[in-house]
Design a protein around this ligand. Sequence first.
Ligand code: SF4
Length: 290
Amino acid sequence: MPERAPESLQQKIEERLRYYEDLGIRLFYRDRGTGATAASLAPPVSTPAPTAAVQESSLPKPIVKPLPPKSVAATAASRVLPLVAPSGPSLFESVDKVKDDTLPKIREDIGDCTRCKLHKGRNKIVFGDGSPKAELVFIGEGPGADEDQQGIPFVGRAGKLLTQMIEAMGLQRKDVYICNVVKCRPPENRAPEPDEVATCSPYLLRQIDVIRPKVIVCLGAVAAKTLLQTARGISQFRGEWLEWRGHKLMATYHPAYLLRNPNAKGEVWKDLQKVMAELGLQPPKKSKPS
Ligand code: SF4
């Protein structure tokens, strides 16, 4: 019978697993060959080298590259975010531009959507909320229970925190646009699955194309990985300016993660301050979300 790890260690492992989960990493392996312990759990290596069948030159063109910060003379090469190239074309490559597209038109096209299995458990489609002319767009993962009931994104506890963050930036919710990668609530608040993301994300792309924001903030790993088409952990590029289809993109932690890890609020606030600087925003006197 295997010996149980002491309770303090179990707790640490649990915390670490939750942390990885928040970053979107859900598969782990244990290297028995090296006698690794549970405490040394590591995320799987998810960046296989291109095989002969998938030569570098045949991979889709990267759609993202980091922008050097104004004050740091880092070489572009040292900050390139190597994409874990998808084995097929990018999710967004096959999305045709819709002439004279508008947000109401996109909503109409979604209709009473049954294109992916998430429709089965939803109450309301959560399309998006805010200004169609917003300079700043926040993109989350998918609706939760409150959002599913009300049909509005980010209205639960995490949403209240996001609202506080927006207000700390000197903005109101109506000044920005908020939406998610998938428009219907995944059961048990699980992460949306790749087929669901692939089916729903063309609508997200159209929303972004219509709004044409200066800055996109991806809230959490799912949004960041969907847009950037990377399998790299969000902690590897969180807080860095990246370029995505002509928009400046910043990935930061999801407010739901901050509710469980309040210590990370400082990091997110630093990221948002960079966004404020980019948009020329002055924080109100009493800023910083509590
Ligand atoms: S998540 Fe998107 S694609 Fe799936 S049913 Fe809802 S609206 Fe349709």
